[in-house]
Design a protein around this ligand. Structure first.
Ligand SMILES: NC(=O)C1=CN([C@@H]2O[C@H](COP(=O)(O)OP(=O)(O)OC[C@H]3O[C@@H](n4cnc5c(N)ncnc54)[C@H](OP(=O)(O)O)[C@@H]3O)[C@@H](O)[C@H]2O)C=CC1
Ligand SMILES: O=C(O)C1=N[C@H](C(=O)O)C[C@H](O)C1
Length: 242
């Protein structure tokens, strides 16, 4: 069986992955948490999964590259510097980075891109998300993933049209922007809604995560699929055959 090394193994996601690993055809090679050394685990595992914190990503990638071990990165709150490090690592090893490993969001991403491409720029796009009270980053990685898909559908880049939140006298909406709203509270696993608002009508498509198992299952599928692959960037849609 393929052995999985978990960065962030004591966290909500790390525990969810370990719980279902055997049923998905994987064994757990071990885990690393805050203060741990990521290098030995990278040497022993067939493939790594990272659900930890952005601050740890650089050392996790260095360990994966040194051991030539593929890595699935689910950690969110990543900055452009992290994405540059991921690109560099993908020259050496197989890497899959996504803000959401679930089947539902992977399909939603495709639908959002398609809708944005077919609807003109006079349809305003807003993305709302809600998560549990412990979540530390906003907008969520999934919201940004969906925003990238919407922007790509329109032939633009999210960085050029992103509006993160509104408060006070912000003025009328600028055409072509993509807005984000983040709510936090309780134990919500992860809800996302993409709203296409036109003149006199609205289209709303979304996803509600009811259990972290959906992310854990997707992460394990991705890890098993990635093990033994050639260096490069890979995507959840490829893993799931969508
Ligand atoms: N892509 C996806 O589908 C999903 C992504 N996520 C993302 O995954 C990440 C983790 O989420 P969640 O499990 O809820 O968070 P938790 O806070 O529950 O867990 C984070 C874990 O990371 C560990 N950690 C902190 N620093 C380091 C370090 N330097 N090296 C290794 N491990 C470290 C923590 O260890 P310690 O306890 O010792 O501090 C903890 O075990 C978040 O960014 C979240 O947004 C979540 C769900 C799905
Ligand atoms: O922190 C979480 O819990 C989640 N994080 C991911 C995100 O930022 O989108 C995925 C999921 O929504 C749960």
């Amino acid at each position: 069986m393929t052995s999985i090394g978990i960065y962030g193994s004591n966290g909500r996601m790390g525990r969810a992955i370990a719980t279902i690993a055997e049923g998905e055809g994987a064994t757990v090679a071990g885990g690393v948490d805050a203060g741990g050394d990521p290098f030995p685990l990278a040497q022993t595992a067939d493939v790594l999964v990272d659900f930890s914190t952005p601050a740890a990503l650089e050392s996790h990638l260095a360990a994966a590259v040194a051991a030539r071990t593929p890595i699935v990165i689910g950690t969110t709150g990543l900055m452009p510097t992290h994405h540059a490090l991921i690109e560099q690592a993908a020259d050496e090893i197989a890497v899959l980075q996504t803000g959401n490993t679930s089947l539902g969001v992977t399909l939603l991403n495709i639908l959002v891109r398609e809708a944005a491409a077919r609807l003109g720029p006079d349809w305003d796009i807003e993305i709302a998300e809600m998560h549990h009270r412990h979540k530390v980053d906003a907008p969520s990685g999934t919201a940004l993933l969906l925003g990238e898909a919407a922007a790509a559908g329109r032939g633009t880049r999210l960085a050029e049209v992103r509006v993160d939140s509104r408060a006070g006298l912000v003025g009328a909406r600028s055409e072509g922007t993509i807005g984000f709203a983040s709510l936090r509270g309780g134990s919500v696993v992860g809800d996302h809604q993409v709203i296409f608002a036109g003149e006199g009508e609205r289209i709303e498509i979304g996803h509600r995560g009811e259990d972290r198992t959906i992310f854990a299952r997707g992460a394990l599928k991705a890890a098993l699929w990635l093990a033994g692959r050639a260096p490069g960037r890979y995507a959840m849609a490829e893993v799931l055959g969508l």
